[in-house]
Ligand binder design. Structure first.
Ligand SMILES: Nc1nc2c(c(=O)[nH]1)N[C@H]1C(S)=C(S)[C@@H](COP(=O)(O)OP(=O)(O)OC[C@H]3O[C@@H](n4cnc5c(=O)[nH]c(N)nc54)[C@H](O)[C@@H]3O)O[C@H]1N2
Ligand SMILES: Nc1nc2c(c(=O)[nH]1)N[C@H]1C(S)=C(S)[C@@H](COP(=O)(O)OP(=O)(O)OC[C@H]3O[C@@H](n4cnc5c(=O)[nH]c(N)nc54)[C@H](O)[C@@H]3O)O[C@H]1N2
Ligand code: SF4
Ligand SMILES: [Mo]
Length: 915
């Protein structure tokens, strides 16, 4: 279904989006870059339910499991409600004065290069704009970078090199109207679930549409793949260089496009062919079967409409920019750009990764797609801002910025809406840097994040549903994230905190904003300044980003903003669905540029005893889990850090399925549960990026990631870290279930919020001398205990009560093997227990008639693996049939790839076919 713009305008105009008292409010999801429209039901100042906005063009009514749980992550027990100064609660005046005075003194003594901001693609455009203006125009330094450096920096530079500007040409409808989707380094099913579902639906409607997944792992996304190329990690540029040569050799070039709208083709082709002369050679470089590669090359050559979606498997690399350009080269060579269903498509991760690029949130950008390479751009921005201290050159990129903090060159840093102690490469070094830094300011909505713990001052920020402002999704679509709830406690909006700080350091006039619309108008106006050259009777834009058409937007129109795709200007007042339809690019010549690429492998190859650690996302968690980790429902699917490993490697390293293993690099450890799976290639492991010191004792993957970056864009090589792997050799393993949080006194612990408290999986290589003491020390408030052990001391169980209510359960066993857990036991937490129940709990067995349901596959309806397996074995052999029987997969659909995987594994028909 396609919603016409006019249709949309009518419906939204008649819907009172601004009315706080109304029961439903339209807003935008705060998680990923798909940018789904959400309808939130509000009762008594609380969001009680959410559903997808049927009229939002990004999702047309659908939401994934994270989006549909937005209301369940609202009341977070760790919400930060007041400013903190050196760990003590304080008031705003004290916190801001302390920060401003210290910051100003540092700038006065050491100059503007001694301070830095580190921002986030989770800020709203208005927050981002104000921070960027303050640093680059007023403090006088471009030492302002963002976590987009870890995410989109490669794509930004690839776009600039090819198109003359950082623009994504296509849109989501192209994905539905194409005949071939290549998903490269993108686990779309998990990371962009609604885009994935749009592709699934389009393919079901037109089965001739082909899907190719290029990823070293067999991911959930492969569920719909006609071809999965499990390539050698880091070999993508060889693959696309090989494709360019194949296109030339097989008469598949668009000569008209190459001749009239591009430059540099011959050189790009000759460099590609010099390196990858044939399909055979490409197959060897990429370590895939030649037949499969030929089939994929042939599909691309013969299909006029193709979209190549690329994400972190391409970007997070020491040659990520080049990889992006090899992809774009193939699209330019075949004219697959600027047309319905044809585009290279870099999808953004964070909700406002694109907005950050618009305001110039990176250290090497100026606002509104202007550049430090160009003095007129610098002067233009300076005069527009009336900037007293305009930065004249690029600042430090994230990795270099934290190095400078560590070196003492940067003495004050303000970190907003990001958690670098968990998510920057060499994360222990980042921790050290912040420990040494004179002034660390953090803005977050959550208390005690791993980064917040190191701050001198923490500012409490408002967040989704409270803050008001715009975000831009992967397809350049600007939507409003609406503020409809009052700020809790003393929390303030990020733009407000920055503006008040700016005023305190002496810039009153330029930061006297009272509402985000004022910031938005200024941002929109700047994007239009000198943004057009006259070409005959037409005007050709110089910069892709132009929303000057919205510079006079009224407050009411802003509060009712309908989703709109930039550019939005006098020529395109209703926005622009697709760029380059006229094959006019933003380069000086107006032609797209081929970039000759000599492909490179990752910088650090593994040694013989090492494996390559690949990192990435799981379905139900968002980054450092500050919000999604608080919802028991979102931990049902995967609740513990893991290590996916091929069976041959498990054997080689002496690891059994479900044991704990240790990954090590540079003295840092990652502990995770072994998951033996042939979805991995040999000598490569995959671990999630999410776990951190608030959820586990030693499972920050980034402590092991080397700070190796792409020389052109500074993006780290997160997907390729050589590490050692060994069994953990636990002397004992077990769990604690507790009503209240605790930090278990065990070398290995993982915290798992459950409905009525917390569960901790624990293990250690040393056995405590006295179990009873060990436990009671951690729970001094509990005095009423019952315990159970056996004479050979193979297991030990102890249960504690407070006033007859179950408060603590400990269950441990000797060795590596986890004692059996069940959800029934967790559900008894806080319940009054009579004598019988006390012994049932102590025995650790489910109550009568209560079966353990295994890991939760369908988070929406909390359907466990066991029920699904039983139904499949009983003959329910399609996702639809299972949905009817158990409801699983019938809401957001995020678990359908898993369900299909289970059908393949357990269905009697499938087993018969295999035999
Ligand atoms: N559930 C969930 N969704 C999210 C997020 C989240 O935290 N949780 N975060 C959002 C953000 S900010 C981002 S940036 C996106 C990221 O979205 P994605 O990029 O799709 O996610 P990742 O899991 O980081 O990595 C994608 C894949 O790259 C593969 N890969 C590794 N090395 C290579 C290689 O050399 N070549 C190729 N071709 N592939 C390789 C990995 O095996 C992995 O499956 O997700 C967004 N969506
Ligand atoms: N190993 C490895 N590391 C990676 C990656 C990987 O694939 N592998 N991916 C990288 C990528 S692509 C990304 S995008 C980063 C993401 O990494 P981060 O940005 O560090 O992760 P988040 O947990 O999203 O951090 C956001 C923080 O902002 C807070 N917050 C939420 N809303 C607001 C708000 O409105 N205002 C303020 N002030 N704070 C708020 C949250 O509580 C949280 O603490 O990780 C990168 N690191
Ligand atoms: S796909 Fe992304 S934007 Fe849409 S509901 Fe899920 S997390 Fe939110
Ligand atoms: Mo990202």
């Amino acid at each position: 279904m396609t919603v016409q713009k006019s249709q949309l305008a009518n419906v939204i105009a008649s819907d009172n989006r601004a009315d706080i008292a109304s029961k439903t409010v339209k807003t935008t999801c705060c998680y990923c870059g798909v940018g789904c429209g959400v309808e939130a039901t509000v009762e008594d100042n609380r969001v009680t339910a959410v559903k997808g906005d049927e009229l939002h063009p990004a999702n047309l009514g659908r939401l994934c499991v994270k989006g549909s749980s937005l209301h369940e992550t609202q009341s977070n027990p760790n919400r930060l409600l007041q400013p903190m100064l050196h760990g003590e609660a304080t008031d705003w005046e004290t916190a801001l004065n302390y920060s401003a005075d210290k910051f100003k003194a540092i700038v006065e003594q050491y100059g503007p290069e001694s301070v830095a901001f580190y921002l986030s693609g989770q800020l709203l455009t208005e927050d981002y704009y104000v921070a960027n203006k303050l640093m680059k125009g007023f403090v006088g330094t471009a030492n302002i970078d963002t976590n987009s450096r870890l995410c989109m920096a490669s794509a930004v530079v690839a776009h600039k090199r090819a198109f003359g500007g950082d623009v994504v040409p296509g849109n989501y409808e192209d994905l539905e109207n194409t005949d071939l989707v290549l998903l490269v380094g993108s686990n779309t099913a998990y990371a962009h679930p609604i885009i994935y579902q749009r592709i699934v639906k389009a393919k079901a409607a037109r089965p001739n549409m082909k899907v190719v997944v290029i990823d070293p792992r067999r991911t959930a996304t492969c569920d719909i793949a006609d071809y999965h190329l499990a390539i050698r990690p880091g070999s993508d540029a060889f693959l696309f260089n090989g494709l360019l040569g194949y296109l030339a050799d097989n008469n598949a070039l668009d000569s008209e496009f190459i001749a009239n709208h591009s430059e540099g083709f011959d050189e790009a082709l000759s460099v590609a062919k010099a390196q990858v002369a044939s399909v055979e050679q490409a197959a060897v470089m990429c370590d895939v079967a030649k037949n499969d590669l030929t089939a994929v090359y042939d599909l691309f050559a013969k299909t006029t409409k193709a979209v190549t979606v690329f994400s972190q498997g391409v970007n997070q690399s020491s040659s990520g920019v080049d990889k992006g350009n090899t992809i774009i080269n193939c699209h330019l060579a075949t004219g697959k750009i600027g047309k319905l269903g044809a585009a290279p498509f870099s999808i953004t991760g964070q909700p406002n990764a694109m907005g950050g690029r618009e305001v110039g949130g990176l250290a090497n950008q100026l606002a509104a797609h202007m550049s430090f390479d160009n003095q007129p751009d610098i002067d233009r921005v300076a005069s527009f801002w009336r900037a007293p201290n305009m930065a004249q050159g690029e600042g430090l990129k994230a990795v270099d910025m934290f190095q400078a903090v560590h070196d003492g060159k940067i003495k004050a840093i303000w970190i907003m809406a990001t958690n670098p102690v968990v998510t920057m490469p060499d994360a222990n070094f980042i921790r050290e840097a912040l420990e040494k830094c004179e002034l660390v300011l953090v803005s977050d909505c959550i208390a005690n994040t791993d980064t917040g713990k190191l701050a001198d001052v923490v500012f409490p920020a408002t967040t989704w549903s409270e803050k008001n402002g715009t975000v831009t999704n992967s397809e350049r679509r600007i939507s409003l994230q609406k503020g409809f709830l009052p700020a809790p406690g003393q929390a303030k909006h990020d733009w407000q905190i920055i503006s008040e700080f700016a005023q305190k350091i002496g810039f009153e006039q330029a930061f006297n904003y009272t509402h985000p619309v004022e910031i938005f108008r200024e941002h929109a106006a700047l994007s239009g300044v000198d943004n057009g050259v006259d070409v005959g009777t037409n005007t050709r834009p110089v910069r892709g980003f132009d929303i000057s058409g919205m510079q006079h937007i009224s407050k009411q129109a802003y509060e009712n903003l309908q989703p709109i795709q930039w550019p939005v200007n006098s020529h395109k007042p209703n926005g622009t669905a697709r760029l380059f339809e006229d094959a006019n690019f933003f380069t000086a010549s107006g032609r797209a540029k081929f970039v000759p690429i000599s492909a490179r492998f990752p910088q650090m190859p593994p040694k013989d005893n090492q494996v390559i650690m690949n990192t990435g996302r799981i379905r139900d968690q968002w980054h450092t889990m500050t919000r999604t980790g608080s919802a028991a429902k979102l931990l049902g699917h995967i609740d513990e850090p893991f290590i996916d490993i091929h069976p041959a490697d498990a054997k080689r390293f002496g690891l059994a399925h479900k044991d704990i293993a240790v990954l090590e690099n540079r003295g840092a450890r990652y502990l995770g549960r072994v998951n033996v799976s042939d979805s991995q290639r040999v000598s490569e492991v995959f671990v999630p990026m999410h776990w951190n010191d608030n959820f586990a004792s030693s499972s920050r993957a980034d402590a092991l990631v080397n700070a190796i970056t792409d020389p052109l864009c500074g993006q780290p090589e997160f997907k390729h870290s050589p590490v050692e792997i060994n069994p953990y050799n636990a002397q004992w393993s077990g769990f604690i279930a507790s009503e209240l949080p605790v930090t278990p006194n065990a070398d290995y612990w993982v915290k798992i919020p459950v409905d009525k408290g917390y569960k901790y999986r624990i293990a250690d290589t040393v056995t405590p001398s006295n179990w009873s003491e060990w436990l009671t020390e951690q729970f001094p408030l509990v005095s009423d205990w019952v315990e159970l052990t056996d004479s050979s001391q193979a297991f030990y169980r102890k249960v504690g009560f407070i006033e007859g209510r179950l408060a603590v359960v400990l269950n441990i066993a000797r060795g590596n093997e986890q004692p059996i857990e069940n959800r029934w036991l967790e559900q008894q937490l806080g319940e009054q227990c009579d004598l019988n129940q006390r012994f049932a709990v102590l025995a650790g067995v489910a109550g009568e008639g209560v079966e353990d349901e295994g890991p939760i596959v369908c988070s929406c309806f909390q359907i466990g693996a066991k029920a699904i397996q039983t139904a499949i074995e009983g003959g329910c052999c399609s996702a639809e049939a299972l949905g009817e029987k158990l409801k699983c997969g019938s809401n957001c659909g995020s678990c359908i790839p898993e369900i299909n995987g289970m059908i393949r594994a357990f269905s009697p028909q499938h087993a018969a076919k295999q035999a």
